[in-house]
Design a protein around this ligand. Sequence first.
Ligand SMILES: [Zn+2]
Length: 450
Amino acid sequence: MRSDSNPSNPGFSNLSDEDRCSCGAIHHVAVGTVVIDHTAIDQLVAYGQSHRWSRPCVVMDANTEEVLGSSVITALSHAGMRPERFYFPERHGLLADETSVSRLETMLKPSSADAVVAVGSGVITDITRFVTHLLGRDFVSVPTAASMDGYASSVAAMEFGGMKTTSSAVAPSAIFADPYVIAMAPRDMTRAGIGDLLGKASAHVDWRLSHGLWGEELCDVVERRVAEPLVDVATHVREILEQSPEGVTQLLRGLVESGIGMAMVGTSRPASGCEHHASHFWDLLASMGRHQHAPHGLQVGYATHFALRLQEWALGGSAIAPSLPLPIGPEGDEARSWFVGHETEVEAVMDEKRAFVAAHSDAWPTSSSRWELVRAGTAKARSIAPLVAGALLTAEIPTTPGFLDLDVATLSATFRFANRIRARYTVIDFLEGQGLLNEAVASVMAEISA
Ligand SMILES: [Zn+2]
């Protein structure tokens, strides 16, 4: 992957549209331009002119219109274009769900718009990404907060029927972010962005673990792209929380890099492991009225504390001598009680996991020396756990029960059952397959409650 950074403007990079990775594949990167700079809106206009936009439509909600959307409309108008305004009037509670998708689709389908610009953070970007993909169009992203990693991603985090799903969608063709706007976002959105980025630490270990145990494909170019900004952000959380334009630029760059990494391999694997499954589990409880909705990144950050401890329990010592994993399922009553109304989705996930395990069973480490190699393969990823745990605390994301209203019983169920949310293999599956999950979760819960 080539990234020609302009030294006089470190927020700007022209990205090559493809790169041959160590895994042998050529990964296409749809995001051709990333601008994180105070001239971002001028550069957006220049981009529109060079692409001969005449009727761009600008998608936003009540908040993002105020902070940036209306100035984007003005700037595009001054350049001779006739922008259309596609507006969600919500200030709170807008979800990337069926309703929002059909609202935007209804607005976009009959329109003569020749470009789509999403001005907003997670939800607006995901709705736009999903709908433009449905309609076979491109879009350009104009972020308003460093709150999540999905800006450059090609997958959309949607919530259909209450269940968070990652749907294939489209990456933006360009990203234009003004750090002075990002710096004005609510501080909790920046905390959420920090939480989402620090979650890459446990996602990384899960990816390495599945690579070692099952030979799941791992691309080290993408791996580095996601891991390097993680260390930078973890060592600068205090500055980032002050919301200086430099601090938020560093965070947003890290988040965009993660999104590019996901887009390169076409899945969220490089940036999402069991900490994300925990967050999706809490979203599911929220959709059932059993928990309050909370920001994605704060949930991910909180879950990362537990995920890192579980991974250390499983991989840190030499206590485990893995035997061939136990068969997956059938579901016990306790697991079922957390997924009432979602049994079919859970069964589909378990089927997919069974198929994954069956397809890769030759790779399973059958000797202790091979198991040592698996552990060693995760060692570098695990080595930053103390740094990341400290950074989470600095971002006021504690380890104690009760944060985001999650009590010990819910936390414990989360790390025993969240692997039923996604087919992706993580440390939870590993421990469950070894018959050690309950013991590991009880030990982690005892640590944090002590
Ligand atoms: Zn995330």
